[in-house]
Design a protein around this ligand. Structure first.
Ligand SMILES: [Fe+2]
Length: 301
């Protein structure tokens, strides 16, 4: 029997696939919440500040988080993993995937006129300038390639957004926490304890995070990169853990050790976007060599 494909647009409820004008609106909001320079903030003030960011957020960003928090349930994540992690959609090399991502033209951001490919190069170039190892530079280059999920027809709220564990209680420090009131997991008692379906110290590899571009790219690249790089890719949007220090009880020693790399990567992810256009043609040979050092010609996507 041929079953109709589930529509990603939830037309029946009137929900939009694209509440954001473009994906950068989410990242702009992150920068407002975590302004440079990186400052330790008074923990007492944090909840209050969070509420201010929420109050001042653009309506599109607010709607984006509402949809994300409403729909990212434990079952939703299992479904997406089953669907996407078979990696049966395409065979592409890394540079090819970068060019493919570059066809994502949802960009109407007045703050930036850089393409997705230029954004990736900019991040990698900043890491290179700071003298980091080759694998770190390569990670900067590819870390957002999972955003090609948008080109497979996925909704913005299932591609980007701060990630958080599903199947256990939502940390109070997750932005727009109030929108979890609309999440069906609220009514599942076993999902509402601090450890939920997991166990203390079980390690993040055993924890399901909300679905998005991080987890997807991790699975595409997991056989080819060092563990540090894979942590950066898999957890770079896990702000409740790497910036808020939450979910320690689910981590094991390896997670705690590796999260120093996730934190080291975060400034490059957040703050390297500028108007200065990198030259794709000039940089291309260097990066194609770097890609060839680590990856085969084609990967499964
Ligand atoms: Fe990202």
């Amino acid at each position: 029997m041929i079953r109709p494909r589930l529509m990603q647009t939830e037309t029946s409820s009137g929900d939009s696939q694209k509440p954001l004008g473009n994906l950068e609106e989410w990242e702009d909001f992150l920068k407002e919440r975590y302004p440079e320079p990186f400052k330790a903030t008074d923990p007492e003030k944090r909840p209050e500040q969070f509420r201010n960011y929420e109050a001042n957020a653009r309506p599109t960003v607010r709607e984006f988080y509402r949809l994300n928090h409403r729909h990212q349930t434990y079952d939703f994540v299992q479904g997406k993993k089953k669907d996407f992690l078979a990696l049966s959609r395409r065979r592409m090399g890394i540079w090819e995937a970068m060019e493919y991502l570059n066809t994502l033209v949802d960009d109407s951001d007045p703050d930036t006129d850089l393409s997705q490919l230029e954004h990736l190069l900019q991040t990698a170039e900043q890491i290179r300038k700071d003298g980091h190892p080759q694998w770190f530079i390569l990670t900067g280059l590819i870390h957002d390639l999972g955003k090609i999920l948008c080109l497979f027809g996925e909704s913005q709220w299932a591609v980007v957004g701060d990630t958080f564990p599903v199947g256990c209680a939502w940390s109070k420090s997750i932005v727009f926490h109030q929108f979890f009131a609309e999440n069906a997991d609220r009514d599942v008692t076993r999902y509402q304890t601090p450890t939920g379906v997991y166990s203390e110290g079980c390690g993040l590899d055993n924890v399901h995070l909300s679905w998005g571009h991080d987890e997807y790219l991790y699975h595409v690249t997991k056989d080819y990169l060092p563990m540090e790089a894979l942590y950066m890719i898999r957890y770079h949007s896990f702000y409740p853990a790497h910036r808020e220090g939450e979910y320690q009880h689910l981590m094991n020693d390896q997670d705690r050790k590796m999260f120093q790399w996730v934190r080291a990567f975060n400034p490059y992810d957040l703050y390297t976007k500028s108007h200065e256009k990198p030259s794709v043609e000039k940089l291309r040979p260097f990066y194609q060599d770097l890609i060839a050092e680590y990856f085969p010609d084609k990967l499964n996507w």
